[in-house]
Write a protein that binds this ligand. Structure first.
Ligand SMILES: Nc1ncnc2c1ncn2[C@@H]1O[C@H](COP(=O)(O)OP(=O)(O)OP(=O)(O)O)[C@@H](O)[C@H]1O
Ligand SMILES: [Mg+2]
Length: 471
C-alpha cells in the first residue's frame, strides 16, 4: 500500500499522541491514588495515636483507680471512633482495610465496657471484678493491634505503588523510544534520501547536465516531484537544442563573413601574382616569375586548407565507433604533431594503460591533435605539454586534460575561443576553426569540454568522455 508523506506524518503524530496520552493517564491515576493514600495514612495515624492515648489512660486508671482517667480514655475512644467513621465515609473506596465496620463494632464494645466501668465507679464499687478488667484490657489490645496492622499495610501498599509507578514510567519510555527510532528511519528513507537524489540531480542540471533523475517508486509526493522534474528536464533539453540551433544559425552568419574574409586574402594574392605574370610575360626575369608562382601555389594551398577545415567543421560526421585504448590515441596524436614541434617543448604523458572506451578514434585523435597544436603554439619560448587522464568516480566515463605552460588566454576572450573563425593568430597562421571542430566532436560523443587559464602561467583544457556511446 502506498501512503503519502502527509498521511505518514499524520500517522506518526497520532501514534505519539496516543502513547503520550496513555502515559499521562496512567501517571495521573497513580498520582491521584497516591494522594488519597497519603491522606488515609495521615488519618489512620491520627486514629492509631488516639487509641494509644486511650490505652495509656486506661492503664493509668488500673494503676490509680482515678475516675478522671476513664473520662480521658472515653474522650480518646470517641475521637478514634469519629476518625474511623470519617475514613470509612470519605476514603472507603481507597482504603485497603475492608473490614473497618468490624473495627467500629470493636471500638463501640470497648466504649460500652468503659461506660459500664464508669457506672460501677459512680455507684461506689471501688473493687472492680478481675474478669471485667481483663475484658477491657483484651478489647483495648485487640483494637490497638488491629489498627497497627492496618496502618502498616497501608504504608506498605503506598511504598509498592510508588515503586510500581516508577517502573511503569520506565517501561512506557520503551514505545516512545521505538517510535522515535521508527520516525527517524522513516525520515531518512522517505524524506532524506529522495531529497538527496533530487538535490544531486538539480546540482547536475545547474552544471548543464540535463539528465533525467532516476525514477523513485515511493508512491508519495516525491514520486510526483521527480516525474514533474523529469518533464521539466525534457522541456529544458528541448529548449537547449532549440537554443543551440539558434546559436548555430548565428554562427553561420559569422562563418560566412569569416570565409569571405579568409579566402579573399589568398585569392587576392593569387590574382595579383597572375596579373603580374600576364603583364610581364615577355620579361625574362625567370627568378621573379618563379617566386610569384611559388607564392601563388602557397596561397592556393592555404585556401585549400581553409576549405578543408570548413568542410570538417560543417560535415555531419557519422561516428564509426570502436573500442579503443585512450593511451593509443594519445601516442598517435603526439606522433602526428611531433615533426612540427620545436625542441624546447617537452611532452609528459600521465595516462593509465587501462582506460578503454568506445569512441570514434579519428575524431578523438583530431581533438587531441588540435589541443596539442594550440598548446604548442601558445608556448613560443618553450615549455611542457602534459596530457593526463583518469577514470571518473561514477565509473561512467573518464576525464582527460591537455595542460600547457604557455601564455594563457586573456579573460576577455575566453568565452569566444570556441566560436568558429575566432583566432588571435596572425593572418595565415590560424583559421580559428580548431576549437569549434573539437567542440562538435565532443558533443557528438556526448562528452564535454571546459577551459581554465591563467595569463602568463598556462592553460588547461579538461574533457569528459563516457566509456560507452548510447546505441
Ligand atoms: N592552449 C592555448 N593557449 C592560449 N590560447 C589558446 C590556446 N588554445 C586556444 N587558444 C586561443 O583560442 C583561439 C582559438 O583557437 P582555435 O584552435 O579555435 O583556433 P586557432 O588555433 O587560432 O586556429 P586553427 O586551430 O584553426 O589553426 C586561439 O587563436 C587562441 O587565441
Ligand atoms: Mg588551433
Amino acid at each position: 500500500m502506498k501512503i503519502s508523506i502527509r498521511k505518514k506524518i499524520f500517522l506518526a503524530f497520532a501514534m505519539f499522541l496516543v502513547i503520550s496520552g496513555l502515559i499521562w493517564l496512567q501517571s495521573y491515576r497513580s498520582q491521584y491514588i497516591l494522594n488519597q493514600k497519603i491522606q488515609i495514612i495521615e488519618r489512620k495515624y491520627e486514629l492509631f495515636n488516639a487509641i494509644l492515648e486511650a490505652r495509656r489512660y486506661e492503664k493509668n486508671y488500673f494503676l490509680t483507680f482515678d475516675r478522671k482517667n476513664i473520662d480521658q480514655t472515653l474522650t480518646y475512644v470517641n475521637i478514634a471512633e469519629n476518625s474511623l467513621r470519617s475514613i470509612l465515609t470519605k476514603y472507603g473506596k481507597y482504603t485497603l482495610a475492608k473490614n473497618l465496620d468490624e473495627r467500629i463494632t470493636e471500638l463501640e464494645e470497648y466504649k460500652d465496657s468503659l461506660v459500664n466501668l464508669l457506672k460501677l465507679q459512680k455507684n461506689g464499687h471501688l473493687a472492680v471484678p478481675g474478669d471485667f478488667i481483663q475484658l477491657i484490657q483484651k478489647q483495648g489490645r485487640k483494637i490497638t493491634s488491629e489498627l497497627e496492622k492496618i496502618v502498616k499495610k497501608e504504608s506498605q501498599f503506598t511504598r509498592d505503588l510508588i515503586r510500581k509507578s516508577k517502573m511503569i514510567h520506565l517501561i512506557a519510555l520503551l514505545p516512545v523510544f521505538i517510535l522515535s527510532i521508527l520516525v527517524a528511519l522513516f525520515l531518512i528513507f522517505n524524506v532524506d534520501r529522495p531529497l538527496k537524489t533530487i538535490g544531486n540531480a538539480i546540482i547536475k542540471i545547474s552544471r548543464g547536465d540535463f539528465q533525467n533523475i532516476p525514477e523513485i517508486h515511493t508512491g508519495d509526493e516525491f514520486e510526483s516531484l521527480v516525474t514533474s522534474l523529469n518533464s521539466m528536464i525534457k522541456e529544458l533539453n528541448k529548449r537547449n537544442k532549440e537554443l543551440v540551433q539558434a546559436q548555430k544559425l548565428a554562427s553561420l552568419g559569422r562563418l560566412t563573413s569569416g570565409v569571405a574574409h579568409e579566402l579573399n586574402n589568398p585569392l587576392n594574392n593569387i590574382s595579383t601574382s597572375v596579373q603580374i605574370l600576364v603583364e610581364e610575360l615577355e620579361d625574362d626575369d625567370l627568378e621573379y616569375k618563379k617566386e610569384l608562382l611559388i607564392g601563388a601555389e602557397k596561397e592556393v594551398e592555404r585556401s585549400k586548407e581553409i576549405v578543408k577545415s570548413l568542410l570538417e567543421f560543417a560535415r555531419e560526421r557519422s561516428l564509426t565507433l570502436k573500442r579503443t585504448y585512450f593511451k593509443n590515441l594519445v601516442n598517435n596524436a603526439i606522433k602526428r604533431v611531433k615533426s612540427q614541434v620545436p625542441d624546447n617543448i617537452t611532452f609528459k604523458v600521465e595516462v593509465p594503460d587501462d582506460i578503454q572506451a568506445t569512441v570514434g578514434p579519428l575524431g578523438i585523435e583530431r581533438v587531441l591533435i588540435n589541443l596539442i597544436v594550440n598548446a604548442v603554439q601558445a608556448m613560443k619560448n618553450g615549455g611542457d605539454v602534459t596530457i593526463k587522464a583518469c577514470k571518473q568516480e561514477s565509473n561512467s566515463g573518464f576525464c582527460f586534460q591537455v595542460i600547457d605552460t604557455g601564455e594563457g588566454i586573456p579573460e576577455e576572450i575566453i568565452t569566444k575561443i570556441f566560436d568558429p573563425f575566432f583566432t588571435t593568430k596572425e593572418v595565415g597562421k590560424g583559421t580559428g576553426l580548431g576549437l569549434s571542430i573539437i567542440y562538435g566532436i565532443m558533443e557528438q560523443h556526448d562528452g564535454k569540454i571546459k577551459v581554465s587559464s591563467e595569463q602568463g602561467k598556462g592553460t588547461t583544457f579538461t574533457c569528459f568522455l563516457p566509456f560507452d556511446q548510447p546505441e
